[in-house]
Each structure stands twice: as C-alpha cells, then as structure tokens.
Design a protein around this ligand. Sequence first.
Ligand SMILES: [Fe+2]
Length: 312
Amino acid sequence: MSMPAQTPGRSCPLDYRYGAHALAAPASLVADSLWVAGGLYGNPFALRRLEELFSAERGKATLMFNGDFHWFDVEAEAYAAIETGVARHTATLGNVEAEIARPRAGAGCGCAYPDWVDDGTVERSNRIMERLKAAAAAVPGAAGRLGTLPMFRVAEVGGERVAIVHGDADSLAGWGFSQEALATHAGRESARAAFAAAQVRVFASSHTCLPVLQSFGETGIVANNGAAGMPNFAGTEFGLATRISVRPAPDALYRERIGPLHVEAIPIRYDAAAWRAAFLDLWPEGSDAHASYFERLVRGPRYALPEARRAA
Ligand SMILES: [Fe+2]
C-alpha cells in the first residue's frame, strides 16, 4: 500500500521538524549585536546595503542570514554572487536552501504554504525551485556547502538566549510566527508556550514573507523580519532586517524591549531601480517569478507598517 501523494509546495517535509525542545540547547555564539536577515531572495543590492549597515556596528557583532537567501538568482553567476556574500557571514538553512541541497526531487519549494496562498503561486514557486536547483548545480561545491548549514542557531546576546529559526519554533517551514498566526489568540498561546520549551527570550524568524514584531511582555518577543530583499509594506521599496542588541540603533523603524535587549526592525534601503532591472533580466514579463513577485517589488505588499508592531 502506498502513501497518498502530497502536493509539492504544500506539505512540510518530515526532516524539517526539530521541535521547540531542540532549541533548549547551549548557545553557539555570543554577541552584543546580532543582525538577522531572512529572505534575501537573491537580491545582491540588499546584500550590499546590509553589509554597509552592519559594518558600522561596534563591539562583538554577528550578521546571520537565516535562510531563503537564494531564490530569484537562477543563473550561475547571480547565484555564485549571493553564495559568496552570504559565506562571509553566518547562515542557517531556509526551505529554499534545504531543497537546493536535497539530492532528489522532494517537497517542491518546501514552502509548506498554508491554505490562504493560492495554487497558482504554489505551482510557480515549485518551478522557480527547479530553475534554482539547476543554477546551483552549475556552481561547483555550492549545493554541498548548503547541506552543512544548521536549521537553527541559539545565540546569547547581552546575556539573554535568542533562537534564530527560519520558520517557527518547531519546523524549518512552519508558519507559527506568521503575522496571520500571531493575530489569533491560539497562535499567540502557542508562541507563548514555545518560549518555555526553547528557554529563550527572543525568537528571530522569517519565511512567511510579512514582518511582525510581537511582544509577549516579560516572557519574550517574536521578531519576524519579513524579507530583507523585498519590500514589506505598501508603497515602500526597502527590505527589513531584525537587529537584536544591547544598544539601540539610530535608524530603527520600530522596536520592542526585553531585559537589556533592543529588538528592532532596520530598513534595508537598497538600490531599488537597479534591483528591478536585474530582476527583469532574470524574470521578464510572463515568467513565473514576475507573475508572483513583480507587483510586490514595485508597490510593496498589502500590509502597513503599524500592522507589524504588536505590543503585549
Ligand atoms: Fe522560507
């Protein structure tokens, strides 16, 4: 008897699950300032801007790419430029990298898209993934390097434990830290339980494409940066990164505090015109990524900044 086939791009592969208790591990890095940039999505201009901003940090600082740094970079040269840039810093897997590293066909894009994402988007994402895998295969050693990256990291910032994940506390492609889930009572209760299981004060996540900074008072903060390489708010053209530090940044869009930490959303104001041109070279009108993302690239998603900041 065979198992029923699952739709690629909808399911969460079993090897994506780690469970929140796995995060209750000793910290593997210590910093005064930790930048977490999920969802670079192959945008080399956002990478450059991030590195410029990060280079101004004083004290012990780490820049971490918590997955989905590849996506639109479906030609070998573009792919290699992202890979080389990210390799200068710290990285954890996203579902995109997990699927690139997977030797055989697996979960499509590995996005584990929820019901509110339409079938057309899911099918286009699966086809983008196939092209991306081909680009990675043309760069020697690239897929192998990704296979060595962890699914999460635990850091100690200002003496507080911080879990850096791609999806949520349980899974690489989980949607538990999406703005949609955190807008519900059940979603907030399940996030609250995750702080105890993981024994952390802060979760830094990405994956779900829209930012949210949810405070749980003294219990903790969930900081989802949305996308570093795409606009996150209607009418804007900048990406976002999460900065967790013992010192506040001068240019944070919004922040929450917990203990000694400032948890902030930092705008990544990359060269939007140059990125639009580079995107169109790779993904002209009529292509899969154009259909799914070009509107967002030029106009931002239907989401406003005040929606992202959620007090306890
Ligand atoms: Fe993702």
